[in-house]
Design a binder for this molecule. Structure first.
Ligand code: 2P0
Length: 325
């Protein structure tokens, strides 16, 4: 039996598209910050008496399609370890509100850690990162804390993440604005493939990412938070242009997303250094220097209830515990 705790991450230079859908080899590199406030803990035990994998998430049994993806992932662990038993998986997502920022990044990173250890494997962090990648692309980066780069590579062995700065020595911080999520979301897996196949801008996106990876790494080396925020904001808008320009076009934004973007830009016009980014959903994350936190929270609280504003510093990498039955 083993338990693992992994934190979610938000990309500053986004991953949006695969080269190999089975192995989850991405089209581009990407770069993220792991967050302290959003994480998953997962316990796995392989049990010879089971006749199928059994999964609970937040104490609710998971059935059907939900278990298929987890069973396919556990099959990879069984293949790696030579262990053939089915597993019991109990997972908890820890998010500060019910607004839902649960993510496949923390989920598959924690599952990779707990399942591999429960199966008797002691993988290096690089190999854990490669294993987590097989569950979900963004999970590749959640093995590490702080600022993390995922090298796209060209095959299973060469596509993994590495830390750029595991413990931040400067004040970069994020704040999530939890907007209403009434609309059913288009999965990122489907959405990114649609962009690869049908957006006429996809080749340009690969050039954008190559450029942004270089300037982002230079901005991090210089601890230049306004530059980090600016590059991240432009990169996010260009990623979302790939959804609008797909056929059929779609968007993850809703009207509150635009309200949040407008609020961040208004604070910036007032002289506060803050920037925004968005992923495959309507929530907006704000990037800033922690010294400006109170002013930014007060400013955003003019538009959004304070309980919708969740501050998160950078978080740590994965932790794994062996447990005796
Ligand atoms: C990212 N996102 O870099 C990008 C930005 C969302 C927007 O990675 O198909 O759940 O499991 O590899 O990792 C979300 O996509 O997709 C994501 P799969 P994943 O964080």
């Amino acid at each position: 039996m083993a338990t693992a705790k992994a934190h979610t991450n938000i990309a500053l230079v986004k991953y949006w598209g695969k080269k190999d859908q089975d192995l989850i080899i991405p089209q581009t590199d990407s770069l993220s910050m792991t967050l302290s406030e959003f994480y998953t803990t997962t316990q796995v035990v392989f049990d010879p008496t089971l006749t199928a994998d059994q999964v609970t998430i937040n104490d609710q049994a998971v059935t059907g399609d939900g278990t298929n993806r987890i069973t396919r992932f556990l099959d990879i662990v069984r293949q790696l370890s030579g262990r053939h038993d089915f597993a019991r998986v109990n997972s908890h997502n820890h998010v500060p509100t019910a607004a839902g920022l649960a993510s496949s990044a923390s989920a598959f990173a924690a599952l990779a850690g707990a399942a591999s250890r429960a199966a008797g494997l002691h993988l290096s962090r690089r190999d854990l990162s490669r294993l987590a990648r097989r569950g979900s692309g963004s999970a590749t980066r959640s093995i590490y804390g702080g600022l993390v780069e995922w090298h796209r590579g060209h095959d299973d062995a060469t596509s993994y993440a590495e830390p750029i700065m595991e413990k931040l020595d400067f004040g970069l911080e994020m704040l999530a604005i939890m907007v209403n999520t009434a609309r059913k979301k288009i999965s990122s897996r489907y959405g990114m493939q649609s962009s690869v196949i049908s957006s006429p801008y996809y080749d340009s996106w690969k050039d954008v990412v190559a450029h942004d990876m270089a300037t982002m790494k230079a901005a991090i080396a210089a601890r230049d938070i306004p530059a980090i925020g600016h590059i991240a904001e432009e990169n996010a808008l260009r990623m979302h242009a790939l959804t609008l320009s797909a056929d059929p076009g779609y968007t993850y934004f809703n009207s509150e997303t635009l309200t949040a973007i407008t609020a961040v830009r208004a604070l910036r016009e007032q002289g506060l250094s803050c920037y925004f980014t968005m992923d495959a959903g309507p929530n907006v994350k704000v990037i800033y220097d922690r010294h400006d936190r109170d002013q930014i929270v007060d400013g955003l609280a003019q538009t959004f209830d304070r309980d919708r504003l969740v501050v998160s510093p950078a978080g740590p990498g994965i932790e794994i515990w062996d447990e005796n039955n």
